[in-house]
Write a protein that binds this ligand. Structure first.
Ligand code: UGA
Length: 434
């Protein structure tokens, strides 16, 4: 099939590359000409494991190309995926200007039948808005489909190639036929492709992210009780996760969820409800608990130093919002860095891949260590923010030598409590005894 993907962020580029991998001809479109030139030279513009290999292979095979010319890409394709940003407005609602501007431009250059597909996370009713916008500028027939993406950064290629399910919102039998063929190579069982109406598909995406965020906030709330009651949240996780109705995943307490999706989508869902004079009490509580969890973690550190962080040296392990990405959006590390610096502490950080992206964003407000141990030189405490594999089994002898105080605050519960006691560290984690 001949496909255009408009927008080459995480979702767009992974979608385009993975669609090319099964034999389709894919043209990726981006307004950023510098980025297009980079991709034309087979350079992936961000870090995503497993992407580079198939990206390069499909470029070499001529199935994956790049352009900043929307019209030529539309002319050459039957299916047009929109994978555009929907950043939050100040009131928490999703900003649809990128999506609707592109819909307008597509309408203006439509010359024959196209299937226009929303891949971005967009509020309920957006497919209708896109349809109206395209129709305002074109007399040619087209369909608008809602096909939300469920990939996770860090494992995006695997999530695309072996999806749990694919949701396609459409009322058109023709589109159902096309999408059944398009996605057949990614299906292990037919029932993973679920057709529904456009509005249900749009809401499914928000409901999925809000539900997952709820699991996390729920466990974070339980972790607070654990700390107060002398219980261990890791035991609770195992204890309840073995119930199939609850499930093992997304039950890890920590410093709260971050990233480009959960914070934005949960807020947007809450705003959607407010707009229709409805109330989503659980969703609002999820947001509140997430904010409190970060603050609580910071206060534990501050309280340890008697409420005075002035002149303290903090070593930070992990900057990315989660492992296997260089993405810093809504990363707890940035929240903590701001707090530490505001209280007069200094920060030396290490992250296996997110140092460049951090430097670009916050410059030299902190120092960047060349390896995880150098970050510890003369530090009063180590604070662990991201659960990179390299932090899971470190050399504790080197750590003890380098740290001024053998003090670790672990926002990801990486180490065994008894072993840390034997090693003589003050070890403060989440939802477990200190
Ligand atoms: C999330 C969803 O998992 C994807 O299904 C969805 O497609 C994507 O958002 C999106 O809407 O585009 P992502 O943001 O890449 O994917 O990352 P997750 O792996 O879901 O992690 C989100 C946050 O939750 C991270 O900050 C992570 O540390 C935190 N988390 C996750 C926990 O605190 N505890 C857990 O048990 C799991």
């Amino acid at each position: 099939m001949r496909i255009a993907v408009v927008g080459t962020g995480y979702v767009g580029l992974v979608t385009g590359t993975c669609l090319a991998e099964t034999g389709n001809n894919v043209i990726c479109v981006d307004i950023n000409e510098q980025k297009v030139a980079q991709m034309q030279q087979a350079i992936v513009p961000f870090y995503e494991p497993d992407l580079e290999g198939i990206f390069k292979r499909n470029i070499a095979q001529g199935r994956l190309t790049f352009t900043s010319d929307l019209e030529s890409a539309i002319d050459a394709s039957t299916i047009v995926f929109l994978a555009l940003p929907t950043p939050p407005n100040e009131d928490g609602s999703a900003d649809l200007s990128y999506v609707l501007n592109t819909a307008e431009n597509i309408g203006k250059c439509l010359k024959s039948f196209k299937i226009i597909v929303n891949k971005s996370t967009v509020p309920v009713g957006t497919a209708d808005q896109v349809r109206e916008m395209v129709a305002r500028h074109s007399k040619h027939p087209f369909e608008v489909v809602s096909n939300p993406e469920f990939l996770r950064e860090g494992v995006a290629v695997m999530d695309f190639m072996k999806p749990n399910r694919i949701i396609v919102g459409t009322h058109s039998e023709e589109v159902k036929k096309v999408f059944s063929e398009l996605y057949a190579p990614y299906m292990r069982q037919g029932e993973r492709l679920i057709f529904m109406d456009e509005r249900s598909a749009e809401l499914t995406k928000y409901a999925a992210n809000a539900f997952l965020a709820t699991k996390i906030s729920f466990m974070n709330e339980i972790s607070v009780l654990c700390e107060e009651l002398g219980a261990n949240v890791e035991m609770i996780r195992k204890g309840i996760g073995t119930d199939d109705r609850i499930g093992k995943q997304f039950l890890y307490a920590g410093i709260g969820y971050g990233g480009s999706c959960f914070p934005k989508d949960v807020q947007a869902l809450s705003k959607t409800a407010t707009d229709i004079d409805s109330k989503v009490n659980i969703v609002e509580a999820v947001i509140k608990t997430n904010t409190q969890q970060r603050e609580r973690f910071f206060h534990k550190i501050s309280d340890f130093f008697g409420g005075n962080l002035k002149g303290k040296r903090i070593a930070l392990w992990g900057l990315a919002f989660k492992p296997e990405t260089d993405d810093l959006r809504e990363a707890p590390s940035l929240f903590l860095i701001d707090k530490f610096l505001a209280e007069g502490a200094t920060v030396a950080a290490y992250d296996p891949v997110a140092m460049d992206s951090t430097r670009k964003q916050i410059g030299d407000r902190i120092t960047y260590a060349s390896n995880q141990y150098d970050a510890l030189n003369g530090a009063d405490a180590l604070v662990i923010v991201t659960e990179w594999q390299a932090f899971r089994n470190p050399d504790f002898d080197i750590m003890a030598q380098k740290l001024t105080n053998k003090v670790i605050f672990d926002g990801r519960n990486l180490y065994d409590l008894n072993r840390m006691e034997e090693r003589g560290f003050y070890y403060n984690s989440v939802g477990r005894k200190t």
